[in-house]
Design a protein around this ligand. Structure first.
Ligand code: OTU
Length: 635
């Protein structure tokens, strides 16, 4: 973008932004605008600059951003300044994340505050609460059908409770992460209601086709997220006089980011939440934001412009805030979410490493480390100031499609190879230790996703009081140790710290039948918490194992800033990962013990293991039991 309009747009935008700021915030505001303002204008101009009303629209948006910057509470502004002076603070801090549903974890937002001691004991300093804003009444996809961005769901409390929670978390050194569901709103959101009532502007917030043929033209190249429960991507809505784009459930209406007011509304909704103390935004279903005929409508170039523009809005108003991409796509398509080319490092600071997660589960099923080894060897380092969210399990299924390019580039048949791994994890193979379940697969041959809690997938017993099989404990440690070794921000999933099994609550049977992901959405188990108190059974074991990993990762010698490099350890079951010159980790996915010569891997003979699970730790030759983990780095 060049020429007279660009400089005029920037100057006008700067004026509108600054006019909203009080005298004592002018200098800081000007500095921030001079850093991020031109990028914001460029990004928005490339999306919307052709429109006749662009200049007016841009001015109004910048004025609104100024108003939000003026309203930023003092303590949050202080946090912004600290973080601006060290943009990779979250990498240096070696954050530990924890993800939970409000109702399952604490009942309400106030109840979540009551769980802070539990989080602190584990070492958590990043809490991702699944959607807690007012959701659609009735079915709401676990809150991912948002009816209002400015109200807490009445079942969980009020906006005052949210303010209180963020203050308490901040006091405890914990950053709150909230979902920002970007791709869609509930069919009872005010925008959808207004559209139904005939408001032309609000109708343009959505993708509506009068003729089924128009929907079909797109459908020809689209995939399906829930092929069984919600087949197709369009829903006939008589009150709208046509077909509404609904990628997910029929009650989740996709937003149309080609209509500028959608961007302006979402940016402001995000920053209003930031001003209430939300420090990280999980940008839900980011790949789906831009539609283009003839494509699968995923990861379109404009998606990245939209996200980079959101980042620039945050840089003006709440520069301490982090954006996290939820892009569950093959890893080479995730990399651009950190920002590429002239936008390198300027998009999301964090992104989910779903390829690592899925490949590690496949490796456990195959008894062979090939997939995570190939994946990590071909994944470039992330740009400075950005990093991976790593995890073992989450509230969603394990999405197998993210491994397709990897498996195919290794010359394998994706459906056969990953179908076998999924069947193993779903306990459909004789001798399998795992108790998962298929997701959205019509029959045994269909492959989509797999569900199950980590404990059930590694073969830990359901009863918290039963003494666990040591091999299952090693598998649990192996999977978590890999996430904690590789990630900038490893994210634990609620219940995993207690080794909680699949959701067996009779009250949830109907929900699980309708959407199998509820299998990994149990309530925090009171029995397991009690076993932890008494230092007994599975919960005591898994909690202590995670604590040890977290503590090791926080030692000064842990090379948090060094990129991960794959090393050949000479055995198919072994994944060997170096970070920097002195740190090495071995993860053994094989089913037979293996002897490793540390000297051959370039380590001192007497190198001491910081984490050893299933390792016979004598001399240079170490014997690794099946599913052993070994971390070595100078303290
Ligand atoms: C995300 O889903 C959420 O994590 C899910 O819980 C929601 O149902 C969904 O968005 C709709 O809001 O869309 O970008 O199971 O549902 O990977 C990928 C597959 C997604 C998807 C899941 C993700």
């Amino acid at each position: 973008m060049a020429g007279p309009s660009r400089s005029a747009w920037i100057a006008a935008a700067r004026g509108r932004f600054l006019e909203a700021l009080p005298a004592d915030r002018q200098a800081e505001g000007a500095q921030r605008f001079d850093r991020a303002g031109a990028a914001l204008v460029d990004r928005l101009a490339s999306l919307y600059g052709q429109r006749g009303d662009f200049a007016d629209w841009l001015g109004a948006l910048c004025r609104a951003l100024g108003t939000l910057a003026a309203a930023r509470p003092r303590d949050l502004a202080a946090l912004d300044s600290r973080r601006e002076s060290q943009p990779d603070w979250f990498i240096e801090q070696r954050m530990l994340g924890y993800s939970a549903y409000v109702d399952r974890f604490g009942g309400t937002l106030a109840g979540v505050a009551g769980r802070i001691p539990h989080l602190a004991r584990l070492g958590v300093d990043y809490l991702h609460l699944l959607p807690f804003l007012r959701a659609r009444s009735g079915e709401s996809d676990g809150g991912f059908a948002v009816a209002s961005f400015d109200e807490v769901d009445p079942a969980y409390g009020s906006m005052a409770d949210l303010d209180a929670l963020t203050a308490q978390l901040r006091e405890a050194g914990i950053s709150l992460c909230s979902d920002l569901v970007l791709n869609h709103v509930a069919d009872d959101h005010a925008w959808a209601r207004a559209a139904v009532a005939g408001d032309a502007d609000k109708r343009a917030f959505f993708h509506v086709f009068a003729e089924r043929a128009q929907a079909d033209a797109y459908e020809a190249t689209l995939g399906e997220v829930f092929p069984q429960a919600a087949p197709g991507n369009f829903t006939h809505v008589p009150a709208m006089g046509g077909w509404v784009w609904t990628t997910f459930y029929p009650f989740q209406w996709d937003l149309n980011y080609a209509h500028p007011p959608v961007f302006a509304e979402m940016a402001q909704a995000m920053l209003r939440l930031a001003n209430r103390g939300v420090e990280v935004f999980r940008l839900d279903s980011a790949p789906f934001l831009w539609k283009r005929p003839g494509t699968n409508c995923l990861n379109q170039p404009e998606v990245h412009v939209v996200l980079a523009a959101l980042r620039a809005c945050a840089a003006l108003v709440a520069p301490g805030v982090l954006l996290k991409a939820e892009a569950i796509v093959p890893v080479e398509q995730v990399m651009p979410y950190f920002g590429e080319g002239e936008r390198r490092g300027q998009e999301c600071q964090l992104a989910y490493h779903s390829g690592l997660m899925a490949s590690a589960w496949a490796a456990l099923a195959e008894g062979d480390a090939a997939l995570p080894r190939q994946l990590l060897a071909s994944t470039p380092a992330t740009p400075p100031g950005t990093g991976w969210i790593t995890y073992v399990r989450c509230h969603d299924d394990i999405v197998w499609n993210v491994l397709r390019p990897l498996v195919e580039s290794a010359g394998g048949n994706f459906h056969e190879r990953i179908g076998r791994a999924a069947a193993f994890l779903e306990g459909r193979v004789p001798g399998s230790f795992a108790r998962g379940a298929p997701f959205q697969a019509g029959d045994d041959d269909a492959l989509h996703g797999s569900n199950g809690m980590a404990a059930a997938l590694v073969g830990l017993p359901d009863d918290p009081h039963v003494a666990p099989d040591p091999a299952a404990v090693r598998r649990f440690v192996l999977m978590h140790a890999l996430a904690l070794w590789v990630g900038a921000v490893p994210l634990l999933y609620m219940g995993d710290e207690l080794g909680q099994g699949n959701n067996a609550d009779p009250a949830d049977r109907g929900r699980i039948a309708a959407d199998g992901r509820w299998l990994q959405r149990p309530h925090l188990s009171a029995a397991a918490m009690e076993a932890l108190e008494q230092q007994r059974g599975v919960p005591a074991t898994t909690f202590a194992a995670l604590r040890a990993l977290v503590a090791a990762r926080r030692r000064p010698g842990f090379p948090a800033r060094e990129p991960v490099q794959v090393v050949d350890a000479g055995h198919p079951g072994l994944l060997a990962l170096r970070r920097g010159a002195d740190a090495l980790a071995l993860f053994h996915f094989g089913r037979e013990p293996v002897a490793v010569d540390l000297a051959a891997l370039g380590l001192p003979v007497d190198a001491r293991g910081t984490i050893t699970s299933g390792v016979d730790d004598t001399g240079s030759l170490r014997t690794l039991a099946p599913w052993a983990t070994l971390w070595i780095f100078p303290e």
